[in-house]
Design a protein around this ligand. Structure first.
Ligand SMILES: O=C(CO)[C@@H](O)[C@H](O)[C@H](O)[C@H](O)COP(=O)(O)O
Ligand SMILES: [Zn+2]
Length: 196
């Protein structure tokens, strides 16, 4: 067991080193897409399944509450939290529609969708992206593996942050780091004078 644990630490560190070489440009671009959105008075919606649902909520709480510095609350909504809405959409329509239906109701032109999927193939996230595109929203996608179907759905104004790993847990670990980088870009760009 000790060896397995050590292996996981090493694998996670190696994935982060590879990501530190491959991802900064995409993360900076994603952060600036979010900054523009917020400067325009728009909001960021976020979605994902399982661990990525937790990541979607982690991100929105850091905008709505705070990241590292004192600054005003920023507008974000995780689409993973309202169990009444999610269960009724899944029950009456299909689980594939749980994000897209919310996006059609809440999403406006200029808003951003933070779409999180380690495989890039979760149908409800894919349908969420399609709904966001139809609403003239921009997409920042956190993916892994080969980007899956999501990679092929993105336009030139969208951003894919694809973790160079095929293992869900390792991808999620880098997604969280990328989320913290996005928060830092937002905070330091919008509130350069803010203090801890
Ligand atoms: O957290 C984990 C595995 O670490 C799981 O709960 C994982 O998030 C779930 O299997 C998701 O349904 C996977 O979806 P996706 O990342 O492929 O979109
Ligand atoms: Zn997990």
């Amino acid at each position: 067991m000790l060896e397995r644990v050590k292996h996981n630490f090493r694998e996670s560190i190696e994935t982060k080193i590879a990501a530190s070489e491959e991802l900064p440009i995409a993360i900076e671009k994603g952060g600036m897409v979010m900054v523009e959105c917020l400067l325009g008075g728009n909001k960021i919606l976020s979605c994902g399944n399982g661990g990525s649902a937790g990541d979607a909520q982690h991100f929105s709480s850091e905008l709505l509450n705070r990241y590292e510095t004192e600054r005003p609350s920023l507008p974000a909504i995780a689409l993973t939290t309202d169990s009444s809405t999610i269960t009724s959409i899944a029950n009456d329509y299909s689980y594939e529609e749980v994000f897209s239906k919310q996006i059609r109701a809440l999403g406006n032109s200029g808003d951003v969708l933070l779409a999180i999927s380690t495989s890039g193939n979760s149908k409800n996230v894919i349908k969420g992206i399609e709904a966001a595109v139809a609403r003239d929203m921009k997409i920042v996608a956190l993916t892994g593996n080969d980007g899956g179907e999501i990679a092929g759905l993105l336009g030139e104004n969208d951003v894919e942050i694809r973790v160079p790993s095929g293992r869900t847990a390792r991808i999620q670990e880098v997604h969280l780091l990328a989320i913290h980088c996005l928060c830092e870009i937002i905070d330091t760009t919008l509130f350069p004078q803010a203090e801890n």
